[in-house]
Design a protein around this ligand. Sequence first.
Ligand code: SAM
Length: 443
Amino acid sequence: MTANPYPLGLRLHGRRVVVVGGGTVATRRVPALLDAGADVLLVAPELTPALRAQVDAGRLHWVPRRFEPEDLDGAWLVQVAIDDPMAAASVSAVAAERRIFCVRADDRTAATAWTPAVTRHGPVTVAVLGGGDPRRAMTVRDAIRDLLAVRLGSDGTASTRGRPGSSGGARGGTDGVGAAGAGGATGAASAGGAGGAGGGRRAGRVALVGAGPGDPELITVKGWRLLTEADVVVADRLVPGLLLDELRPDVELVDASKIPYGPSRAQEEINQILVDRALAGAVVVRLKGGDPYVFGRGGEELLACAAAGVPVTVVPGVTSSIAAPAAAGIPVTHRGVAHEFTVVSGHLAPDSPASLVRWDALAGLHGTLVILMGLKNLAAITATLIAHGRPPQTPAAVVQEATTGTQRVLRSTLGEVAADLLAADLRPPAVVVVGDVVGTLDG
Ligand SMILES: C[S@@+](CC[C@H](N)C(=O)[O-])C[C@H]1O[C@@H](n2cnc3c(N)ncnc32)[C@H](O)[C@@H]1O
């Protein structure tokens, strides 16, 4: 008869854990041990490149040889990550002699401890054991992870919110599996905020979230999770509509593109909305196209919140400056073709006194130039680049509404792209790519 395992949360910070083996199993196990702060000793004649990188970075100690019993001196736990049963058995025999728990990758039945399938959600860790069946554990873990993604806040507190698009509240807790709330901060930039949404339980906060270039699946997992927690979403014109479509009906949606006044006044208005809602206790997501800090004015919004004492989390996004070329089959760098790429705004004409861009210097570069917001001034921009030495036959492309169902791609040359653009009637949002990488992957 096999008795049930007894679940524990091991607090390994500063404690020696010995990992025997340097292959793929060890590569998968070591990061979680390091995340727990363990003092990891790796014993293996050879390492995978990923483990070697951890060693080179000074994150763990490596003994480049086969296991010897004294390796377990001072150890609290040993992970045997080798598939040679004889060698594994001899490690676990030494561990048993010394009363050190031993996890075995080669034979779970011979192990004195099992590693569970794990999902982490802020400070909450859920560990699932499947009665010796790792697949069962993973299936259950995946289901719980999906549930927690929508029912717990990033601070690990139970949310009264449901998944976007679904109704009803939720309670916290994970009956039947181990769930440990360790407390602690969630990476907020500053303290502040008053009151709390949901009966004063939490203070207001702002998350500046990059929504990605257009495909709703290109938001990050963290960005998506924060969106599911929001009371208020302040969205830009270019954020994927489907993301908004899935918000809960009770979420206040502020369409930032509809705020009147000129661009700078509108920005002040947006800053004020973020601050006011957060100070009133709301969880606010400022959802921005691409990455919040790439021509996104995210920095101004962060400073405004910080000045008001509102905590801010910044979640980077997939920027159109890289995603749009990629979606058109254009890598921004390619070995032997381009060793640099430069992202530049074309919203001001090259001869504008307000322009901060050295177009003459950019013309001298050999690599890839990615121009955002450049359609209106494209004729002037291409003429300036050519006048300062970039050859007119340099390949160029325009990618409109990249990663969406209405994506369009125009391929041309630097000398002709402005005229071709007009003829093809391409419109913003679009990215212009200049350089030999355009066409590199064409068969
Ligand atoms: C104000 S900037 C914001 C850029 C955004 N923060 C980013 O990282 O992608 C807007 C410009 O980004 C580019 N852009 C954004 N989304 C795009 C898309 N799906 N396809 C092509 N260009 C896009 C266009 O040049 C557009 O004029």
